[in-house]
Design a protein around this ligand. Sequence first.
Ligand SMILES: C[S@@+](CC[C@H](N)C(=O)[O-])C[C@H]1O[C@@H](n2cnc3c(N)ncnc32)[C@H](O)[C@@H]1O
Ligand SMILES: [Zn+2]
Length: 995
Amino acid sequence: MLQSQKLFIESPNFPVREVNQASASEKLGGGRPDYWEMVFWWTRKPLAGARAVIAGTVLPDTISPNEFVYRLRLGEKTAHRHNPSVDPWIERFKKIKLLDPFAGFGSIPLEAVRLGVGEVVVVELLPTAYIFLKAVLEYPKWAVDRGVGKKLIEDVRKWGEWITQQLKNDPDIEELYNEDVAVYIGSWEIKCPHCGKWAPIVGNWWLARVRRGASEEEEGEEEEEAGGRRGEFERLVWMEPIRLGDEISIRITDINRELNRRTIRASVNTRTGTVEVAEGAQKTTYRVPQPNIDGRREVATCLHCGNQIRKGKTNWYVKEALREWNTRLERYLSGAISLEELLSKSPARPRLLVKVKIVNKDLVFEPATKEDNGKLLESTRKLKAMWGDPDISTEPMTPYGGATLGDPPLIFKKFYKLFNPRQLLTLVKIVKLIREAGKRVEEEKLKQGWSKEDAYRYAEAVTTYLAIALLKHVNYNSIVTSTEPTQKFLRESLAFRGIAMMWNWVEVAPHANILGSFTRSLDSVVKGLLYLISAVSGSSSKVRVLFDDATALSELGDERFDVIVTDPPYRDDVPYAELSDFYYVWLKRALSDVVDVGGVSVRRPRFLAEAFFDEFGNEIETQWKAFSSREVSEVKGRANIFGPVDAGGRSIPVGSFEHFKYLLSESFKAMASKLVDGGVIVTYYAHTSPDAWEALLEAGWVGTGLMVSAAHALVTESPQRVTARGATTLDMSIVVVWKGRASGEALADEVYAKAIEVCANEATKYRKAGYSGVNLFVSVLGCTLSQFTQHKRIIGVKSLGELVEKYIYPATAAAIARSLTGAEAKLSPASQFYLLAKVLIDRGRRLRRRLDRTSATILSIGTRTTIDQLRALRVVERADGDLVLLEPEQARDIRTSIEGLLREKNIDPTITLFRTAIDALHVLEYLAITMSSDELRRRVDEFRARNAGLIDEAIEITKILVLALPEEEVERRLAQSLLDALGIRVGGLFEFSRR
Ligand SMILES: C[S@@+](CC[C@H](N)C(=O)[O-])C[C@H]1O[C@@H](n2cnc3c(N)ncnc32)[C@H](O)[C@@H]1O
Ligand SMILES: [Zn+2]
């Protein structure tokens, strides 16, 4: 099919800017696809980007970029809200068979279906994601194909409401919740080892601190506020502890209520805990208490005696106390000890601090009372009565926590303990109701004359969506949730990359009308389903979801695919198996049956049994036990449990970087074996470490013999949400197109020379097409990679590391320089970085170039440096999250500018030995304007003798800077003076002016 024709995605016409704009807009707040709100999954790819990547891989380079943008709706405000209209190309799409073996939440296949790709097959290793994929792809398509799409949406709503109604009628629920309370905020109380009194541990006394017009982008940006921010607030509420004898009670300060104001002008400093409120000429200063716990440093402060509770010789009392509570709780539940013993002997216990009501759409905060806490206790009793019920999630959490997974697995140990007794009791009730709803749906359909098979399938779909609503509710309703004062008010359990210990958790009443309740979660699922049904309507694709392992793809037999587009995990970014177990244990319960066997309730297969029971019919306890050793990830703790695996004669510790690389390689081999001749693989990848990047090349090229044909830098994450994103990923992915097979061998130096020639031409084409910055860089990198990876073996280098460092990356920089100036130079990594930053990054109106984290990282990967090295070498400097290039500041007087720079870099201009060619460049630039030409030349000779190649390298950079920088740039003038003083002339080789 695709054969040797050049693809649109390989051409400079691929409209990367429009694609990225469309992707960026959908990652923010209201731009997100509705079905993403059904339930959270990690690292979902923007739909607009996936659409463009798939279409660009199927369509030839001869199509018009304008038509591409238009037909894919990339120019619309939110592209994904519109189905693409690809009529003139539909026959091409229909002929394609596409595979995504790491499908996650299904962005890539969903867009394939919307484009009308003939057959779409997806694979996932983890049961949870496998089931989500069914919900995203299979059920909507199945329902639409049978004309029951609308009915399905209605039934999910109907049965979800039935569940809510049943809950409302449940006497336990009525007894345990106050009808008018939407949310409880709780924490843990610790019996102080110093004074022996019970004191709550509170990580955040703020309840609401909502700025007017606060948008999602601001969420969690608390550092910004640290210096004190003045402005209009919609809500300012916090709590304080009040000591009353042996007890701590809570007082709430609600400024809006106190002043009876909708908005408040105030200056808030979260670091010092001061709030200054201006009322006319009067100013009132309030104090918000500081947290009395610092989990990272393991220090807590008793609210009674003020003593610090620190880590002793071995364990920290606070964590020990929680562990003890949890051990005793299970002993109580199982009948081994009495409630009195549980309460009197445990040094910790859960405690409700605040309750929140919704009155006229507004949140009203009140201190939780003794009666409120009494209800929590009553739930504990009720829970004991139901102990042994298989709907209580008693599965063990991973025994490794720490840096990757956080403390909760180590403290709570079992999943059910991530919930307070009332939360748990309610969740178990919902599970039972979902199961019951599933039965009733099936009966109803059978009564309506549906075939057995269809009725069952339909019931499976409805039950799955209801279960997903439960999962969303669970995510917002555990003791590892937290308060989030600035925007959403509460934060879900899986908001971070691990499961973090939280010292203020939220409990959401199931039927409350608030984010995270079961009712609201149901709304999200219904809305998501509506979106999906409309997305797949009109598509003639066939779609299949497989539960399989991407490193083997054994379910596929001898099937072959024209296109594989996929997004494998990025090294140590997300421990998927362990984290999504948080969902798995509930999903298993909601979708399986419970039957009575000789007076004992046991779980039995019902829906999607393959996800919960193995081939011998044994229940799969957790994903981490059953699947994590095959998950393509680096997760340190795994090695302690699983030990090494024997991989092709090598012993590799499970979860090590080696293991990740091995599995990634295996998955490339598996993909290649499922590809038709002339087929194409496209991979997404985002990680900040150069090693992780090399792992991809190692897997695809060295291990599998695939050839790179192009690469792009595509926006995949919203740049604002660093906390949610994790520190190791980028907000752009490097998307690599693999086409054709490597063959033969070649000399490194020869390929290097050819790569520069070919890719300088390509670079010029990309620039003419409007590529700039990191996009230009990555597409040229794609070109140099294609030059090298054509060959199976490159002679003259010992390792892939050496090849990228000494040849591929320098060739990329050289090709870009040559495209811009006609001149080229082989530069060391730091010089490449400096030069690329100078020529690719626009200074704008600033005095120096600023690189956002992603641009800096992509350039550092592609020059084989790290940001830390670059900082140590004083090439860049950190400035509020960005990096500033240490270059001569844009100023009127070039001498002041270069002198200032030398001072900042701490370079004495009389030195004769240099750290880097960049330092040499800056000293030479300074000397050129401060000494005579003869003297300068003498100094240069002297430097040359002492600094090996550095001086020549500095001069090469100087030439390129003169040619590439616009005339008004200070460093261009400095560089020109230097060349003049040395009597070096460079020709004006501009092919066209720089953008
Ligand atoms: C980066 S995510 C994919 C996200 C997806 N593109 C989306 O937009 O939602 C990678 C996925 O690979 C899955 N995975 C990890 N190891 C796997 C394996 N051996 N076989 C199949 N899937 C695997 C993970 O469970 C995870 O969902
Ligand atoms: Zn004390």
